[in-house]
Write a protein that binds this ligand. Structure first.
Ligand code: FES
Ligand SMILES: [Fe+2]
Length: 364
């Protein structure tokens, strides 16, 4: 199924856009793509970026635009230490963006090249993601020191296996996120023999509590009607799951059973105001000694993410026409909290939509 939705004339139709949250960390791309002397482009919140890895191992992200005349820096050269613009050869140190050389200057010139900067974004490597801090327009150059902590997948020991999945979604970040937290689509979208069947729908009660800029589905024994959780039960100890959502876009799920654990971090990142990308990083020490667990987990995980992706491609067809939509109780309550939390963040207020723990009920 094609990702781009087009008119009969082949012109792409943009779905409705979302307001974006700046001044936070977003994953731009996987750092295994950043090899020696290579420049790789990415798009975050509609901003074109060029990323690379310096000879000393540090990753960097620059706006993919030369401050001189705007040609993409990604079409230039990178020797492992400096990015050279293809047009007039200005050279930039890529982590801070400082210009080091303007080849056309003569001894007559008063211009100090080092006072010129390409736009560099704070960029850090965690869990194989290149996380980029995207400041709001006009907030000036930022250094990594005064920023919130770089998001990181929680791990509960030094020995684990890990996997990564990604999918582009043709809808805006809000739809991506509420799809991620929506408890009622499971039996319909993720119907499969190895997961669960529609016939297994039953009433659920889940306790939610407020956490800073988000909410937590309190530790609970996971649904008895889903196969992967049944598999975890083989260890014969109680299984506990905690799911957190925090702004701007992060869902973490932690499953613990004695000293066995599974941990995942899922993010829905705005690529542009009307499209997004879902990334999942996961680590576990469950079945640590069983061979082939990583490819098997990847296979099932990929199917799962693909099911969400296909559904959102279909949804995008409908959203092109800007229909009015609804959020219902209680299954859409997390989506309502998300919108309220986002609104508070955009207004710079610390208002939280929950004033304490609540129980939600739905059938799934
Ligand atoms: S446009 Fe980059 S050096 Fe002139
Ligand atoms: Fe889903």
């Amino acid at each position: 199924m094609p990702l781009a939705t087009t008119t009969e004339a082949g012109v792409p139709i943009q779905g409705p856009s979302a307001t974006l949250i700046y001044d936070d960390w977003y994953p731009a791309l996987r750092t295994d793509r950043l090899r020696r002397k290579k420049l790789v482009t990415a798009m975050l919140l509609g901003i074109p970026l060029v990323l690379g890895r310096r000879a000393d191992g540090r990753v960097f992200a620059l706006r993919d635009s030369c401050p001189h005349r705007g040609i993409p820096l990604s079409v230039g050269w990178f020797d492992g230490n400096r990015v050279t613009c293809r047009y007039h050869g200005w050279e930039f140190e890529p982590c801070g963006g400082q210009c080091q050389l303007i080849p056309s200057l003569t001894s007559e010139d008063k211009l100090d090249a080092t006072r010129i900067y390409a736009t560099a974004f704070p960029c850090e490597e965690r869990d194989g993601h290149a996380w980029v801090y995207v400041p709001g327009a006009g907030s000036g150059r930022r250094t990594s020191t005064a920023l919130p902590a770089v998001p990181e997948l929680r791990k509960f020991g030094p020995r684990y296996r890990a996997a990564f999945l990604t999918a582009h979604l043709p809808c805006n970040v809000d739809h991506g996120i509420i799809g991620l937290m929506d408890p009622a689509h499971g039996p319909f979208v993720h119907q499969a023999w190895w997961w669960r069947s529609r016939a297994s729908i039953r009433e659920k009660t889940k306790r939610f509590e407020p956490i800073p800029e988000g909410f937590r589905m309190s530790a609970h024994a996971p649904s008895g009607n889903s196969a992967p959780y049944k598999l975890l039960g083989v260890y014969g100890q109680p299984v506990e799951t905690t799911i957190d959502f925090v702004l701007p876009n992060r869902r973490t799920e932690i499953i613990r059973c004695g000293d066995k654990w599974f941990s995942s971090l899922t993010t829905v990142t705005p690529v542009t105001a009307s499209t997004c990308r879902i990334d999942v990083v996961a680590a576990w020490n469950v079945f640590y000694r069983v061979p082939f667990v990583t490819p098997i987990a990847k296979f099932f995980g990929a199917k799962f993410v693909r099911q969400d992706q296909v559904t959102m491609i279909q949804q995008a067809e409908g959203l092109k026409h800007n229909p009015s939509l609804m959020l219902i109780d209680d299954a859409d309550k997390p989506a309502k909290w998300y919108f309220a939390l986002k609104q508070a963040r955009l207004e710079g207020s610390s208002k939280h939509p929950m004033d304490g723990a609540v129980e939600l009920h739905w059938r799934s």
